[in-house]
Design a protein around this ligand. Structure first.
Ligand code: DX5
Ligand code: ZN
Length: 221
């Protein structure tokens, strides 16, 4: 039976114990490792870059999902693929132009990886329209990108419904990932809005029972 995939965000883990965190994630039954890359420019926070992804790749066989919250991500997508990311997503408005965003998606696909665009909480759903035919995954942010542990914004869910309807008009499909403030109590709402992947940082790492938290979000599709 197909189920929602859960991608714990290591942003909520102890940065001194990242190898342990990716091993824990696997033992807890998660499907994907979500890596939040922030540059202090596109978002007001700094995290890590390709070297972290490269190191994590040596410690886990779970797919690595690199969510690039950086200005001009087209400069780095190939390097994230080389570092071992299996999925690379970025915010299209952070690219120099629509043309460079298309090119970046092509580079990710040419590297044999899955590509996607992310719609930030303050951006309209329409920002993703030019890319729908090229993506494997659509990320709908349910918080403003920048920090873990924020509260879920249910008003963002309708963007996924709109873009999913557009996809079915075009006869295409892609994964839909909700990212930000996702937890067991809003997972069903996310599923109803079209989720196939759920990112969860605090809901996993701050839980007293992370395995149960993950299991309760892996809803049947
Ligand atoms: C926010 C990040 C999210 C976030 C998820 O900018 O993209 O991935 O860290 O963490 P929680 O689930 O705690 O909101
Ligand atoms: Zn993220």
């Amino acid at each position: 039976m197909k189920k929602i995939k859960v991608a714990p965000s290591i942003l909520s883990a102890d940065f001194c114990k990242m190898a342990e965190a990716v091993c824990d994630i696997k033992v807890w039954g998660a499907d994907i490792v979500h890596c939040d890359v922030m540059d202090g420019v596109y978002v007001p926070n700094l995290t890590f870059g390709m070297p972290m992804v490269k190191s994590l790749n040596r410690h886990t066989d779970l797919p690595l999902d690199a969510h690039l919250m950086i200005i001009r991500p087209e400069r780095y997508v190939e390097q994230f693929c080389e570092a071992g990311a299996d999925i690379v997503t970025f915010h299209p408005e952070a690219c120099q132009s629509e043309e460079t965003a298309h090119k970046a998606l092509g580079e990710i696909r040419d590297a044999g990886k899955k590509c996607g665009v992310a719609v930030n909480a303050n951006m309209p759903a329409e920002i993703a329209l030019p890319y729908l035919d090229e993506i494997d995954i659509l990320v709908i942010m349910t918080v403003q990108a920048g920090f873990g542990g924020q509260s879920f914004k249910p008003e963002c869910l309708k963007k996924a419904e709109f873009l999913k309807a557009e996809a079915s008009k075009r006869g295409i499909t892609f994964d839909i990932e909700f990212d930000g403030g996702v937890c067991p109590s809003n997972a069903a709402q996310c599923k109803d809005a079209g989720a196939t992947v759920l990112v969860a940082g605090n809901a996993v790492f701050k839980s007293s029972d992370p395995a149960a938290a993950i299991f309760s979000m892996q809803l049947p599709l």
